[in-house]
Design a protein around this ligand. Structure first.
Ligand SMILES: *Cc1c(COP(=O)(O)O)cnc(C)c1O
Length: 426
């Protein structure tokens, strides 16, 4: 098997661990889930990532979603450069923010108005504050295995049994913060109905195409049931489209499924690789946000001109043809990976623009199924992919992010590496 040279990465990591907790600024980058040390990046170009040791990889992580056009797309780079030359931040409104909000509203009819933040975590936190203000209720229902950023109240795990109250998933999260969170297994209509019967909810919050336990698409009718149960309960339906937005379709999961949420959380693609996120909904709800209304929420760098320029350039390149190409790339990759896996107990879950290779014989339907996957096999396969020049998500519980920069050559390189990596397992 070809092996990675990683002397420079190893040197940087040795220094990084003395200055950054675990050597990184976000945990998954440390690659602990696949049992190796992190790879330090030098640069990216298109579908390719080049590390500090000069190893070249086909990159299927693409910064975990924002880079739907691949690395350093010339038009996006030019937009950011032009914006930076005019000043990096003003703390005062700029015309680009209006254009970005209009672009979002054009794609998502449910989002008449939006408010920008600097991260998806902030956008989730703020959307839930608004839902609580609008309904005058505290309880939030979320799904097991869904991730909505590291907001205290949403960093909760389910206890045992159906429709349980959340327990903190991390030290430092107060029990009081998760006491108002109800957790239900994904794709479980009975558990959902039991929870809505028992609690007066401010919101049902869901990733409509959950991709943070690996990709686990909704069963037919499940998103419609969320809408129906939210209405019957008097709760708002909040779609966290930080991953699915502007990716699974031009108008995200809400367009693809035909189910319309009350509030939408956006991030990743909307910032084009620069820190930005947003939340939005109908004017009547959004005008509760300060200074139009009484619900406080603010941000020094919110609507930052670099992020707005990157986001606008990214969205404007996403025409109908782009979504057809992205879907075709995803299908070719998924079919190729299934063929490469042969008789191995592997499931490839996919929707346009997203994919997960689960090391499990049965289809994955909820978080319990995902958690039952063979993580050691995934780790070994992923390490072998790296050694063959393919950078796949270094965790069983993450999605692959196909981009418009992944051409036939990138897919072929990936499938050859995948076959070799599968072969190395047996
Ligand atoms: C990434 C992500 C978030 C958090 O966004 P950050 O910008 O990392 O804070 C929230 N929800 C979903 C579905 C995500 O994938």
């Amino acid at each position: 098997m070809p092996s990675l040279t990683d002397a420079r990465s190893a040197q940087l990591y040795a220094r990084a661990v003395t200055l950054l907790p675990g050597g990184v600024n976000s945990p998954v980058r440390a690659m602990r889930a696949i049992g190796r040390d992190p790879i330090f990046v030098d640069h990216g170009a298109g579908a390719e990532l080049v590390d500090v040791d000069g190893n070249r990889y086909v990159d299927w992580v693409c910064s975990w979603g924002p880079l739907i056009h691949g690395h350093a797309h010339p038009e996006i780079v030019a937009a950011v450069q032009q914006a930076a030359a005019r000043g990096t931040s003003f703390g005062a409104p700029t015309a680009g923010e209006i254009e970005l909000a209009a672009e979002i509203a054009d794609r998502l009819p449910s989002v008449e108005m939006s408010r920008m933040t600097s991260s998806g975590t902030e956008a989730s936190m703020s959307a839930l504050r608004l839902a609580r203000a609008v309904t005058g209720r505290d309880m939030i229902l979320k799904f097991s295995g869904a991730y909505h950023g590291h907001v205290d109240g949403l960093l909760a795990e389910a206890g045992s049994g159906l429709a349980t109250q959340g327990i903190p998933a991390s030290p430092g999260v107060p029990a009081a913060a998760t006491a108002a969170t109800v957790i239900v297994p994904w794709n479980d209509p009975d558990a959902l109905r039991a929870a809505t019967a028992r609690h007066e909810l401010a919101a049902i919050v869901a990733e409509p195409y959950p991709a943070n336990m690996g990709l686990v698409p909704p069963d037919a009718g499940f998103l419609g049931l969320l809408r129906e149960q939210a209405d019957a309960n008097g709760a708002l339906l909040v779609f966290d489209e930080v991953i699915s937005g502007f990716r699974v379709a031009r108008g995200g999961a809400q367009e693809r499924s035909g189910v319309t949420p009350d509030l939408t959380i956006m991030g990743k693609v909307v910032g084009g690789g620069v820190p930005a996120a947003a939340y939005g909904g109908p004017k009547a709800l959004m005008e509760r946000i300060a200074p139009a209304g009484d619900v406080y929420q603010a941000g020094t760098l919110s609507g930052n001109p670099l992020a707005v320029a990157a986001g606008l350039a990214t969205l404007r390149l996403l025409d109908a043809g782009a979504y057809e190409r992205l879907a075709a790339t995803t299908t070719r990759l998924a079919e190729g990976l299934r063929a490469a896996a042969g008789d191995l107990p592997v499931q490839v879950a996919t929707v346009p623009g997203l994919l997960t290779v689960f090391f499990r014989a049965e289809p994955v339907h909820d978080y319990a199924d995902a958690a039952a996957a063979d993580r050691d096999a995934y780790a070994a396969w992923c390490r072998a992919l790296l050694a063959h020049g393919v950078y796949a998500p270094p965790s069983q519980f993450e999605a692959w992010f196909p981009s418009l920069a992944h051409d036939d050559a990138a897919i072929e390189r990936t499938l050859a590496a995948a076959s070799a990596a599968f072969a190395s397992l047996s």
